[in-house]
Write a protein that binds this ligand. Structure first.
Ligand code: G6Q
Length: 562
C-alpha cells in the first residue's frame, strides 16, 4: 500500500495557519494527530471494530430525506472522524460554503461566481452576483423551458409537415451531454411514452450517423446544447444535423421548428440560424459539469415534463439546504468528502469506485468521473502554487452487479485500496421483486465481504485446497447509499450530494474546482494538426512520434478532406 507523503495533510492546515499567522507545517497538531491516527487505524480490522461496538451503524450513518448513508464500513473511529472534521474546520469549509452561496467569484482564474445552487433555489431567496439577484432570470428561463416542453410533449408543437415531434436529439459534449444523458436514463420510468431522447456527443461520424439513421426529419427536434456555442465537436455535429434536416425539409425557414439552442452565446446561436426566441439561456456562473439544472437540462424536461424536472430541482435544493445548515459532523457531503480525503491523503488510495446497483444509474459513474476529475484533478492550488499532496482521485465504476462478474476480483484480493460507494434503491420501479431481492442481496453481500473478508481459519473450515488463494483480507472500505426510490427528487439529492462532496474536497485541497485549464492544450494542438492531415508537404514540425503518425495517416488515408 502506498505510504503517505511527508507533506500530505499540509493542505488546509497550512493555509489556515498562515492566515492566522501561526506556525504551519506537517507538524501542525491536526496533521500530526491524523498521521498518528492513520498509524493506529492501520493496525485495526473493521471486523473487530464492529465486534467491539454494536452501535457502530447508528454512530456512523445518517439519513437526509430519502437518502440513507451508511459509512460505518470505513476504517474510522469516532476519534478519526473528530480529527477529520477539525481538518474541515481549519480549511474553513463553512466560510467557503458561504462564499459560494453568497455569489462570490470563487472561480478565481475565470473571475466567475459558482452558483449552480441558484438554479435549484426553490425557496427563491435572493442570490446575488455582481449586485444583481439572479433569481428572476433563473425563474424566467425555467418558465420558458416549461412552456416549450409542454407544447412539444402535448403535440401542440408541430414539425414543418404538420407532424408532432417524436424524437428529441441533444447535441452537446462534456457537461452539455453527460448530465442530461445520465438524468434522462435515470428517470426512464417517468419518460413521455411517445417522445424518445437521443444524445450525440462524439465527433466520430459514426455517432451522428447511427442516431440519425433511425430518425425522420419531419418529427425530430434538435437541441444544440453548448455553453460557448463554439465547441468544435458540437458545432460540427450540429451542422451535419442541419444539412441532414435540410436535405429533406428543403427550406431554411423550417429550421425554426426543428432546432433550438441552449447557450450563453446569443450571437453565435443567431449566426447558426436558430431563432433567438428558441434559445434557452444560462450564465457564466454555471459551470458545464454543474449545468444539468440549467437550460442544459432541457432534454430532461422534455423527457419527464416540467413538473418532474422541478422535483429534480427540489431534491437538489433539499440537499443544498442540508449542506448549508447541518453541522459539519452531521453533514452528508462533508462526511463523504472527509472519508475521501482520509483514504486519498493518508492511505494513499489512488482511485474511488462508484458502483450503482441500479440499471437506471449505469451512467452515473461516467457523469461523476467528469464532475470530480475535471473539478479536482489539479496540481496547483488556487493561487497557482504547486501542491505537494495528492488531490482528486481517479473516479471510475460501472453497474455494481455486472462489476461483480468482472473487476471485483481486484477490489477483494488485489493489492490496491479502492474505497467504493455502493448505491441502491429500496423500491424498484419495476414489479420484478425477485430480481430486486437478488440485486439487494448482492449489494449487501459485497459490502459485507469487502469489510469482513474471510480469515485463514474460516477458509480452512470450508476447503483444504488452495487455501491461501481463497483467503480474503477484508478491511476494504465502502459507503452504502440507499435511496427509497429513484424518483426525480431522490436523483436531485444524490447528484447534489456529490457536487458538494467535490466542493468540500476542493476546499480542503485548496483548489479552484471550477476551472479546467487541463483540457486546453490538446484542443490547441488538434486545431494545429487538423490542416496538416491533408497538407501537401511532409509534416516535420512535431516530435518524431507525432510527425510519423501524421505522415503515416497522410500516406495511408484514402480519403480527401471533407
Ligand atoms: C465542463 C467542461 C466541459 C464543457 C464541454 C462543452 O465543465 O467545461 O465538459 O461542458 O467542453 O462545452 P460547451 O457547452 O461550451 O460546448
Amino acid at each position: 500500500m502506498n505510504q503517505i507523503k511527508e507533506n500530505d495533510c499540509m493542505t488546509s492546515s497550512i493555509i489556515s495557519m498562515q492566515e492566522h499567522g501561526e506556525d504551519a507545517g506537517p507538524h501542525h497538531p491536526v496533521c500530526r494527530a491524523l498521521k498518528a491516527q492513520h498509524a493506529s487505524i492501520s493496525a485495526m480490522h473493521m471486523r473487530d471494530l464492529f465486534a467491539a461496538d454494536p452501535a457502530r451503524f447508528e454512530r456512523f450513518s445518517l439519513q437526509v430525506g430519502d437518502v440513507l448513508l451508511d459509512y460505518s464500513k470505513n476504517r474510522i473511529t469516532e476519534e478519526t472522524m473528530g480529527l477529520l472534521v477539525r481538518l474541515a474546520e481549519e480549511a474553513d469549509v463553512a466560510g467557503w460554503r458561504e462564499r459560494m452561496f453568497g455569489g462570490e467569484k470563487i472561480n478565481n482564474t475565470e473571475g466567475r461566481a459558482v452558483l449552480h445552487v441558484a438554479l435549484r433555489n426553490r425557496g427563491n431567496q435572493p442570490l446575488i452576483v455582481d449586485g444583481e439577484d439572479v433569481m428572476p432570470k433563473v425563474n424566467a428561463v425555467i418558465a420558458k423551458m416549461g412552456a416549450f416542453a409542454e407544447r412539444v410533449r402535448s403535440g401542440a408543437w408541430r414539425g414543418y409537415s404538420g407532424e408532432r415531434i417524436t424524437d428529441v436529439v441533444n447535441i452537446g459534449i462534456g457537461g452539455s451531454d453527460l448530465g442530461p444523458q445520465m438524468a434522462v436514463q435515470a428517470l426512464a420510468p417517468y419518460r413521455h411514452p411517445q417522445l424518445k431522447a437521443h444524445f450525440i456527443s462524439n465527433i466520430d461520424g459514426a455517432h451522428v450517423k447511427e442516431v440519425l439513421e433511425s430518425l425522420n426529419p419531419e418529427t425530430t427536434l434538435f437541441i444544440v446544447a453548448s455553453k460557448t456555442f463554439t465547441t468544435q465537436e458540437t458545432m460540427t455535429n450540429a451542422n451535419h444535423a442541419r444539412t441532414w434536416f435540410l436535405a429533406q425539409a428543403q427550406d431554411e425557414r423550417h429550421i425554426a421548428g426543428h432546432f433550438v439552442a441552449v447557450s450563453t452565446n446569443r450571437e453565435a446561436v443567431t449566426a447558426f440560424g436558430i431563432d433567438p426566441a428558441n434559445m434557452f439561456e444560462f450564465w457564466d456562473w454555471v459551470g458545464g459539469r454543474y449545468s444539468l439544472w440549467s437550460a442544459i437540462g432541457l432534454s430532461i424536461m422534455l423527457a419527464v415534463g416540467a413538473e418532474r424536472f422541478i422535483e429534480l430541482l427540489d431534491g437538489a435544493h433539499a440537499m443544498d439546504a442540508h449542506f448549508r445548515d447541518a453541522p459539519l459532523d452531521r453533514n452528508m457531503p462533508v462526511i463523504l468528502a472527509l472519508l475521501g480525503v482520509w483514504y486519498n491523503n493518508f492511505f494513499g488510495a489512488q482511485s474511488h469506485a462508484i458502483l450503482p446497483y441500479d440499471h437506471a444509474l449505469r451512467s452515473l459513474p461516467a457523469y461523476l468521473q467528469q464532475a470530480d476529475m475535471e473539478s479536482n484533478g489539479k496540481s496547483v492550488d488556487r493561487d497557482g502554487k504547486a501542491v505537494d499532496y495528492d488531490t482528486g482521485p481517479i473516479i471510475w465504476g460501472a453497474s455494481g452487479i455486472n462489476g461483480q462478474h468482472a473487476f471485483y476480483q481486484l477490489l477483494h484480493q488485489g493489492t490496491r485500496l479502492v474505497p467504493a460507494d455502493f448505491i441502491v434503491s429500496v423500491e424498484p420501479h419495476d414489479d420484478l421483486q425477485a430480481h430486486h431481492d437478488i440485486l439487494l442481496a448482492n449489494f449487501l453481500a459485497q459490502t459485507e465481504a469487502l469489510m469482513r473478508g474471510r480469515t485463514l481459519d474460516e477458509t480452512q473450515a470450508q476447503t483444504s485446497q488452495f487455501v491461501q488463494h481463497k483467503v480474503f483480507d477484508g478491511n476494504h472500505p465502502s459507503n452504502a447509499i440507499l435511496l427509497q426510490t429513484l424518483t426525480p427528487h431522490a436523483l436531485g439529492m444524490l447528484v447534489a450530494l456529490y457536487e458538494h462532496k467535490i466542493f468540500v474536497q476542493g476546499v480542503i485541497w485548496n483548489l479552484n474546482s471550477y476551472d479546467q485549464w487541463g483540457v486546453e492544450l490538446g484542443k490547441q494542438l488538434a486545431r494545429r494538426i487538423l490542416p496538416e492531415l491533408h497538407a501537401d508537404a511532409t509534416v516535420a514540425s512535431h516530435d518524431a512520434s507525432t510527425n510519423a503518425l501524421i505522415n503515416h495517416y497522410r500516406r495511408m488515408s484514402r480519403r480527401t478532406p471533407a
